[in-house]
Design a protein around this ligand. Structure first.
Ligand code: S3P
Length: 446
């Protein structure tokens, strides 16, 4: 496990990134494929599923609650659902590993089933706030208890008893979070009547798109600038054959690396470009990045393209905080791009980055500063004065990833644009979302 066997690595400058790579399946869509398949009546299949540790934690938990989930030799995943309301009581604690998405969405699923489940996780996940789902799910009737020995009732380990029947609520999201939105909507699947979520700021909409595909009675309406999502409970889900598009959040590391390393000309194939996810590419273009979309198409109901990325001189910008939800996982690697751009990049409105797999504002400020970048940490963002295209100095001591895959990958990219290389204390967490990262990096630089 990550915590037991850290895997340190030094990332060095060198060859440009060229040729063509394809990134693995989208993490958000992969979790949802397994969860919705597990609730359908009959057999769902998924191809292109991300086989990272986070998604495997979701699979194991769903199996423990009665779903059949198997991988065929050809790579297709087969999910035999239990039907809405059919989850069984798990016999042991559900180990969520490092995955906030697994935890919060599965809590939503359990909340309206008459079963009790205990959720545990690694050191990073056990620090992350669960109050944001405990609050609405409690209103729906679920009961939460901190495990004996826990020093906090808002963090894992937690035991929850689902409500049957649960009570439908109307919930206005206090934080822009697709996980909280999804938790309430998933609880609504088995709740009599109509459960409503109001989103003042749009977040990734995979739950709405996919549940509609599975036949849920779900509507989305714009009302005075809010997104109002309603779901009627007690409707059966129909099994689907899902093709999972590539993950833009994984593509991001290769797109930035190709922009920054001189001589690069790389095609990153099969990149999901759902507008609620793809803002990084627009921001990088606004900074001067050469990113062309080839063969725009639709995969599994999502817009997808191959991205051709060529080395480009970048200029710092003020990033509009309104686009933050559509690139919330991409800031660590954007900060790397900003560190070698011309001029100043200012980011604001990023309080949520402090409660990700690590506090990404402080972790990236510390790591980039250690690598020679000029970074000022503010309460809700970073201000970065770029090197004007010069390589970063590199690190003397290993930077700390805090069990955060995206810190590890972002600093790997920083190593490629450093003079002396960047030491990363632990690359093991990369396996949570992108097990093939180093293999693909070697392939692109060969
Ligand atoms: C996710 C939502 C986001 C994102 C996470 C995946 C999802 O989290 O950071 O990686 O699949 O719903 P928040 O809901 O906490 O913003």
């Amino acid at each position: 496990m990550n915590a037991n066997s850290p895997s340190p690595r030094r990332f060095l400058p060198g060859a440009p990134l060229t040729g063509r790579i394809a990134v693995p399946g989208d993490k958000s869509i992969s979790h949802r494929s397994l969860m919705f398949g597990a609730l359908a009546v009959g057999r769902t299949t998924a191809t292109g599923l991300l086989e990272g540790e986070d998604v495997m934690a979701t699979a194991a938990a769903l199996r423990a609650m009665g779903a059949g989930i198997e991988r065929r030799d050809d790579g297709t995943w087969v999910i035999d659902g239990v039907g809405v309301g059919g989850l069984l009581q798990p016999e042991t604690a559900l180990d969520m590993g490092n995955s906030g998405t697994s935890t919060r969405l599965l809590m939503g699923l359990v909340a309206s089933n008459g079963i009790t489940a205990t959720f545990i996780g690694d050191a990073s996940l056990s620090k992350r706030p669960m109050g944001r789902v405990i609050e609405p799910l409690s209103r729906m009737g679920a009961a939460f208890t901190a495990s004996p020995g826990a020093n906090d009732s808002q963090t894992l380990p937690l035991t929850m008893r689902g409500a049957h029947p649960a009570v439908p609520i109307e919930y206005r999201l206090p934080v822009a979070s697709a996980q909280v939105k999804s938790a309430v909507l998933l609880a609504g699947l088995n709740t009599p009547g109509v459960t409503t979520v109001i989103e003042p700021v749009a977040t990734r909409d995979h739950t709405e798109r996919m549940l509609t595909g599975f036949g849920a009675d779900l509507t989305v309406e714009e009302v005075a600038g809010d997104r109002v999502i309603r779901i009627r409970g007690g409707v059966d889900l129909k099994p689907q054959d899902i093709v999972v598009p590539g993950d833009p959040s994984s593509a991001a590391f290769f797109v930035v690396a190709a922009l920054l390393v001189p001589g690069s000309d790389l095609v990153v194939a099969n990149v999901g470009l759902n507008p609620t996810r793809a803002a990084l590419f627009d921001v990088l273009r606004a900074m001067g990045g050469s990113i062309d979309e080839l063969d725009r198409r639709e995969v599994g109901g999502e817009p997808v393209a191959d991205l051709r990325v060529r080395h480009s001189g970048l200029t710092g910008i003020d990033v509009d905080p309104a686009v933050a939800p559509a690139m919330i996982d991409e800031f660590p690697v954007l900060f790397v791009a900003a560190s070698v751009a011309n001029g100043r990049t200012v980011t604001t409105g990023l309080d949520e980055l402090r409660v990700k797999e690590s506090d990404r504002l402080s972790a990236m400020a510390a790591a980039l500063t250690a690598a020679g970048a000029r970074v000022e940490e503010r309460e809700d963002g970073l201000i970065i004065d770029g090197s004007g295209g010069e390589p970063l100095r590199g690190t003397a001591d290993a930077i700390t990833t805090h069990l955060d895959h995206r810190i590890a990958m972002a600093m790997a990219v920083a190593g490629l644009v450093s003079r002396d290389g960047v030491d990363v204390d632990d690359t093991a967490p990369i396996a949570t979302s992108f097990p093939m990262f180093e293999t693909l990096l070697a392939q692109a630089r060969a």
